[in-house]
Design a protein around this ligand. Structure first.
Ligand code: EPZ
Length: 434
């Protein structure tokens, strides 16, 4: 098993490059399965979740080729025939549940394992299943699998309102609706950039979707979709992570460039919060220049669905607040209990307390290195950020969580001045007894 050993106090400088979006790429890959031919997706990040989902898609018999150096992934749906997504793979990555919509949309039937929970609590899929039933599928549960069939082998279409507005459920229902025999409508649909880009690719493939980017999606089913050559968006969460890193670990008064950012994908609340801290922030095309100020102002935030402050950046924001002068708080309205990183950060001398569903952070205390445990993807990266500004050495354990969602993270950060070493270790070795 691997860990990161992070030596704190090394200032960042220069440029940090953003890779393609993990969450968007996963949806685009599912769309590739809908076409009877070879779809190419460019700017796909080389990280674990992409490999995992590639294996899930290959189980159907579809071809999947990933040129990781070129970040180009090809899916050949022509050879797909098996309508199954097995537990052994789905349990590793929740987005594998997109196979429900992809297989129903392509073949009119699916046997997909229910995804497990995750580190910070249950991640229900009730909206996915209720929605598919509303679109005309019959859904049964057998031995931990969802067994779905469309009458006479094709989804009829229907109307469903999402409550809450779910990114994954919106994507899954679109996968089942675009080739339905009739029309469909999704109310209170998610409008995250991942969903918008996914809709644009489906439209290019021949899907008929109105209302893209709004809460109401109207879909007119078509008989078949065509393969497409599509370029994935940059990862907005990695971009936000790097902007926060620059704000806390850059040299005061020196500018760090975060390159390959789509500013519109970060949303105004996040950009306003960044500016509110007092950082210098300028935008030139797809490059954001961040200049660390003498002191960071403590800006409280509450996460929300897009265009709100992203829940996937709240753990990272906690570390920024620890580096600010004064107290502030974070409330996550998307995942009310997504605070598994707080006990680990407290081990690093952070004064952060979770109470009444929010975390209150006292800024201005010097963090100190410690052994800390990754619990989920975004919590892990907050531990790396904390290690970069802490005194001494921080060992971030179980970084397989990180490898799921960040491409070459240590290489990128070390090229910009950080001191991070990937070290393998035995999780169960007994500590040297004094
Ligand atoms: C996507 O997860 C992302 N994952 C998550 O990113 C992200 O945190 C989340 O959206 C919110 O933005 C991918 O895109 C692969 P949701 P998803 O369904 O689709 C509730 C990361 O770090 N809900 O929008 O699973 C749910 O409990 C990951 O990259 C139901 O109640 O999120 C939550 O409160 C972590 N029933 C809310 O909706 C359902 O059937 C939003 O969840 C589905 C969801």
């Amino acid at each position: 098993m691997d860990k990161f050993v992070v030596r704190g106090g090394r200032p960042l400088y220069g440029t940090l490059d953003v890779s393609g979006s993990k969450n968007t790429a996963l949806a685009l890959m599912a769309a590739g399965l809908l076409a009877d031919g070879k779809t190419t997706i460019r700017n796909v990040p080389a990280l674990r979740d992409i490999y995992t989902f590639s294996r899930v898609i290959k189980v159907t018999g579809a071809g999947v080729e990933f040129d990781e150096a070129d970040h180009r992934l090809e899916i050949d749906g022509a050879t797909a025939s098996k309508t199954v997504a097995p537990y052994e793979l789905v349990k590793r990555m929740r987005a594998s549940f997109y196979m429900l919509g992809a297989l129903l949309g392509r073949f009119g039937k699916a046997r997909v394992s229910l995804p497990g929970g995750c580190a910070w609590g249950p991640r229900p899929v009730n909206l996915h299943m209720e929605g598919m039933e509303a679109l005309g599928a019959s859904i049964d549960l057998e031995d931990g699998y969802v067994v779905a069939t469309a009458p006479s082998g094709r989804m009829p279409g229907g109307v469903f309102e999402l409550n809450p507005s779910s990114v994954g459920a919106t994507i899954n229902l679109l996968l089942g609706a675009v080739t339905a025999s009739g029309g469909s409508r999704i109310d209170n649909a998610a409008k995250e950039p991942d969903v918008v880009d996914f809709c644009r690719m489906l439209q290019r493939m021949g899907a008929r979707i109105d209302g893209v980017g709004t809460r109401t999606l109207e879909i007119e089913g078509v008989d078949a979709l065509s393969p497409v050559d599509w370029t994935n968006s940059p990862d907005r969460i990695e971009a936000g992570t790097f902007m926060i890193a620059a704000a806390i670990a850059g040299r005061v008064g020196e500018t760090i460039s975060v390159r390959g950012v789509n500013i519109d994908h970060l949303g105004k609340p996040f950009m306003d919060a960044m500016k509110g801290t007092g950082v210098g922030l300028s935008i030139d095309g797809d490059t954001v220049a961040i200049t660390r100020p003498t002191t960071l102002k403590p800006i409280s935030v509450r996460t929300d669905v897009f265009p709100g402050f992203p829940t996937d950046l709240q753990a990272q924001w906690t570390v920024l607040l620890a580096c600010a002068e004064g107290n502030a708080r974070i409330r996550d309205t998307v995942y009310l209990d997504r605070f598994k990183h707080i006990p680990e950060l407290r081990r690093m001398n952070m004064n952060a307390i979770v109470m009444d569903g929010e975390v209150v952070v006292e800024g201005g205390r010097q963090l100190s290195g410690a052994h800390v445990m990754s619990t989920d993807l975004r919590a892990s990266v907050s531990l790396v950020l904390a290690g970069m500004v802490a005194e001494g050495e921080t060992h971030v354990l179980r970084i397989y969580h990180l490898d799921r969602g960040y491409e070459r993270l240590e290489q990128k950060l070390c090229a910009a001045g950080a001191d991070i070493r990937r070290v393998s270790y035995d999780e169960w070795a007994d500590p040297e007894m004094e």
